[in-house]
Design a protein around this ligand. Structure first.
Ligand SMILES: *Cc1c(COP(=O)(O)O)cnc(C)c1O
Length: 355
């Protein structure tokens, strides 16, 4: 179904003031945003308006009870200059999975994709042209009903904003295997892309950084034995030729990069197993010289190569090179930027101009 999205444009775009060679991270926003309101049990008034402040009541329930979820994705340009989205329907589905867990209403998946397409079409001049750069898109939903009391809100906002992002060259990262704090427990909200999961990760991440590490390696809540994720990325290991990644057991976020990497690895003939992954087996593999590669995977950086994992009193070393990880990262980027055939049908083209 096609929705009628009302569009109010700015008089003067701010894009000319942006230096595409020096894009400040996370602080630049495009001219417009997409907004939709949830009232009386339905989503109404989908619109694109100039980017700006939103008046918020101090009792808005998201501020107190945390009904807030989000998505993260990127738009790229193909060699013909056409804006393209990578698997946006996957983000639409995942947003609704998060919404279900947090007692929030679902957002129509076709409106999610249409809103993205129209916003990206309008903002196509903001998509950085350089390789490795992209227009980061942040769809999110939160409870804006003013109410004090414990129940699901009855009013929400769904918004998509866009922020240009420069090329992200990740250095090899050092991880701290965290045994005091946890990210997700069985029955918790680990599978939801919920704002509160991030809030709970901030302090442990700061402490890991103070110890000289880049990111936290999250372990299971019950025994601190099994690996879940790294920072806000999923994680892959290559041991004796086989790739392994923690299975989706309810406390691991179902990453779209993870899903795509598994697909690409299998397509290239590698064996990939999703299962419980013990920290101790990674240590053993490293000692035996069988830990061939290890990397994090997520939309923000693509693939982040891991250098070492620190735990109380010892360090697990990872091999210096990650040839398959590099190859997969290149393949993924080539598909996303239209430089390689999209043989899995992952890319959605949008127009440069609105009809
Ligand atoms: C968003 C996210 C990921 C990565 O998901 P992508 O869809 O690949 O960007 C992984 N782990 C956590 C905790 C996340 O929030």
């Amino acid at each position: 179904m096609s929705y009628n999205i009302n569009i109010t444009t700015v008089e003067h775009s701010k894009v000319d003031a942006l230096d595409f060679d020096n894009i400040p991270l996370g602080t630049t926003f495009t001219d417009h945003m997409f907004i939709c309101d949830y009232e009386n049990g339905e989503w109404i008034n989908p619109r694109i308006v100039p980017m700006g402040m939103i008046p918020t009541h101090p009792a808005a329930m998201a501020l107190h009870y945390g009904q807030a979820i989000f998505e993260g994705m990127k738009a790229y340009k193909n060699p013909d200059g056409e804006p393209m989205l990578f698997r946006p329907e996957q983000n639409a589905k995942r947003l609704n999975k998060s919404a279900d867990r947090m007692g929030m209403p679902n957002f129509p998946e076709d409106l999610f994709v249409q809103g993205l397409k129209e916003l990206v079409s309008l903002e196509h001049n903001w998509i950085p042209p350089k390789g490795g750069s992209a227009l980061y898109l942040r769809p999110f939903m939160y409870a804006d009903e003013p109410f004090i009391g414990m129940r699901a809100a009855i009013r929400y906002k769904f918004i998509i904003m866009a922020s240009p992002a420069g090329p992200f060259f990740s250095k090899r990262i050092k991880l701290w295997a965290e045994k005091q704090f946890i990210r997700a427990a069985h029955g918790g909200t680990g599978e939801a892309k919920a704002a509160g999961n991030y809030a709970a990760a901030i302090r442990p991440t700061e402490l890991a950084k103070a110890k000289g590490y880049d990111q936290v390696l999250w372990l299971d809540a019950a025994e601190h034995k099994y690996i879940q994720e790294v920072g806000t990325m999923n994680i892959f290991f290559k041991i004796s030729g086989e790739f392994i990644t923690p299975k989706l057991d309810g406390s691991v976020l179902d990453g779209i990069t993870r899903k795509s990497i598994i697909h690409l690895l299998r397509d290239k003939g590698y064996k990939v197993t999703e299962r419980l992954v013990k920290l101790s087996e990674i240590k053993e593999a490293s000692e035996k010289g069988n830990l061939e590669e290890a990397f994090g995977a997520g939309t923000a950086v693509g693939i982040a190569y891991i250098q070492e994992i620190g735990l109380e009193g010892e360090i697990i070393h990872v091999s210096n090179e990650s040839p398959v990880g590099l190859d997969i990262n290149d393949t993924l980027n080539a598909i996303k930027t239209g430089q390689q055939e999209d043989k899995f049908g992952w890319m959605l083209k949008t127009r440069k101009e609105l009809a």
